[in-house]
Design a protein around this ligand. Structure first.
Ligand code: ADP
Ligand code: MG
Length: 265
């Protein structure tokens, strides 16, 4: 019997909003719940690949070759220390935009590739690059649902309208089933009201639910990325705890068909 695979895209064309951190931490937290997880690095910078213990410069093949049809996806997947499987990226991917643009069905390349291995995973999480180009369109076209990480700072809303417009266009043209699940508040500072004010403003303005819980800003994440280890594997800290709660929230939504829990303002 085939299992139901959920494909989740993490997208925001702004850099530094914790897309990659969210993909890695959610992936690790879901794997700890015994969910089988594939994470996809769609960013030519390869930050997800690197933080999962693989040096992009040392890899023979990557998602780039898969998108262009030169490699089978199953031959490119890597195991990681986080118990998740990785479809890695290398800097080659920077050229994929131009190469894909010349091909028909260019938005569907990732969707087609994931269909080959979907049966092997409960959840697939796609780390989109900081742009709204053809790679992000591939992520959104392959996905069932999309989450937008929002850094809770003044001007966090800039670009959100454009991203939501892109999601609506994808829903109209390449993926009518795509659902905007909501925002995840990242780098959240609970000690002041500022983060909460920014969030409620963005949520109101764009009618965007904010998933529970917000992810607090903690120095552990910077330490973890500097040392190439996951924050989820280190000592207990409030960032890891928040991602575990978010993973449980999402897994209940997928597994038991419950609505996803959101933050009230
Ligand atoms: P993106 O993928 O959106 O560019 P990253 O996940 O790479 O963003 O995160 C950007 C930076 O913010 C990284 O240095 C990361 O370690 C840091 N960071 C992410 N989440 C947190 C957090 N909750 N607290 C502190 N720093 C964080
Ligand atoms: Mg990133």
């Amino acid at each position: 019997m085939g299992r139901m695979t959920r494909i989740l895209a993490i997208a925001n064309q702004k850099g530094g909003v914790a897309k990659t951190t969210t993909v890695e931490s959610l992936g690790a937290a879901l794997a700890d719940l015994d969910v089988s997880v594939l994470v996809v690095d769609l960013d030519p910078q390869g930050c997800l690949t690197f933080s999962l213990g693989h040096d992009p410069d040392q890899l023979e093949s990557s998602v780039h070759d898969v998108l262009l049809g030169d490699e089978e996806i199953a031959d490119v997947l890597l195991d990681t220390e986080d118990k998740v499987t990785l479809l890695p990226a290398t800097i080659d991917l920077a050229g994929a935009e131009a190469l894909l643009l010349m091909r028909p069905g260019r938005e569907y390349a990732l969707k087609r590739a994931l269909a080959e291995v979907g049966q092997d995973f409960d959840v697939i999480i796609v780390d989109c690059p900081p742009s709204l180009g053809v790679l992000t369109l591939n992520g959104l076209t392959a996905a069932d649902e999309v989450i937008v990480p929002l850094q809770c700072e003044t001007l966090a809303h800039r670009g959100v309208g454009q991203l939501l417009r892109t999601v609506r266009e994808v829903q109209q043209i390449t993926n009518p089933n795509l659902k905007m699940l909501g925002a995840v508040a990242t780098l959240f500072d609970a000690r002041t009201t500022h983060s909460r004010d920014v969030l409620s403003d963005v949520a109101d303005r764009y009618d965007l639910p904010v998933l529970s819980p917000p992810i607090p800003r903690t120095v552990r994440f910077a330490e973890a990325s500097a040392s190439g280890t996951s924050v989820m594997r280190g000592r207990k800290n409030k960032g890891a705890t928040a991602y575990r709660e978010l993973a449980e929230n999402l897994w209940k939504h997928w597994d038991a068909g419950e609505g996803v829990r959101t933050v009230d303002f």
